[in-house]
Design a protein around this ligand. Structure first.
Ligand code: ATP
Length: 261
């Protein structure tokens, strides 16, 4: 597909009636002709997408497609080699305070003796400052976030004793406690049981309805279709971007995965 096709897809992503967000909602993410890479070598090219507050974007593609690279770039952690990348109208690194990140569960050492509540409190550190004690407002934000993911009764448990799905929900609560305008989730459904998956999907829908912009990388096409307002198909480059019924219809998906016929 040509660069023009990617541009056309990008425009569709912005102007389609996808999602609840109207074209008047602020732009959380605006990428135009972006190439991203490491040590000057491109890993993902032709990214052209606009995500507005309240919209949910799914990043879909095979292993090594560039999904994590795109997510990390929105935190300012990957070099922009070409094009323009903005998060809330600023350089992605400069907007990091407004972006929350949920890593895959397993990224936090499960043997580390820390309570669930302390993990979620980490989400408040940017607001509190590392050296200051938590205030009542911080404790309430932590309790609310845990309640939201359905784990209020686990606050005093050791993080490592929870199941993988519960740990993922705790990491989501940690990000929510930071009250981000843009929430980035890297494969949040990997190895997660159905109860946790449903809890995560419910919370993401609620956050979106409240105006949070969401970016979720996933291998699960059914979930992408159910959850997302917009889908970016990635495999070394952006192959398409737009509403799920256009991007996940067949043709663009086959191209992305290199399936002929
Ligand atoms: N720190 C790094 N330094 C150099 N190359 C990297 C680095 N991180 C990722 N890459 C390369 O960038 C490309 C995209 O990787 P990325 O992890 O973004 O893919 P992904 O779609 O998230 O894959 P997966 O589904 O397996 O997690 C790959 O070729 C990978 O080897």
């Amino acid at each position: 597909m040509s660069g023009t096709a990617a541009e056309t897809s990008g425009t569709a992503a912005e102007t389609s009636a996808a999602g609840k967000a109207t074209v008047t909602a602020a732009k959380a993410v605006e990428y135009r002709g972006v190439s991203l890479g490491y040590q000057g070598k491109p890993a993902l090219t032709d990214v052209d997408v606009t995500l507005r507050e309240g919209q949910k974007l799914a990043l879909v593609g095979p292993n090594g497609a560039g999904k994590s690279t795109l997510i990390k770039s929105m935190l300012g952690l990957v070099d922009v080699l070409q094009g323009s990348a903005a998060v809330f109208g600023r350089d992605p690194g400069a907007a990091r305070g407004r972006a929350g990140y949920v890593p895959q569960s397993g990224s936090l050492d499960a043997d580390f003796p820390i309570s669930v509540r302390r993990v979620v409190m980490m989400g408040r550190y940017r607001r509190i400052g590392w050296w200051r004690p938590a205030r009542a407002v911080d404790r309430k934000a932590v309790a609310d976030a845990l309640d939201r993911v359905g784990l209020a009764d686990r606050a005093t448990h050791r993080f490592g004793t929870l199941s993988g799905g519960q740990q993922q929900r705790v990491l989501l609560a940690r990000a929510i406690a930071a009250e981000p305008g843009l929430l980035l989730l890297d494969e949040p459904f990997n190895g997660v049981d159905v109860v946790s998956q449903e809890a995560i999907v419910r919370v993401l829908r609620e956050l979106s309805a409240e105006g949070t912009a969401l970016v979720v990388s996933t291998h699960d096409l059914t979930l992408a279709r159910e959850l997302a307002d917009l889908v970016c198909l990635l495999n070394g480059r952006q192959w398409a971007a737009g509403p799920p019924d256009e991007t996940l219809a067949g043709g663009p998906l086959r191209l992305t995965y290199g399936i002929s016929g």
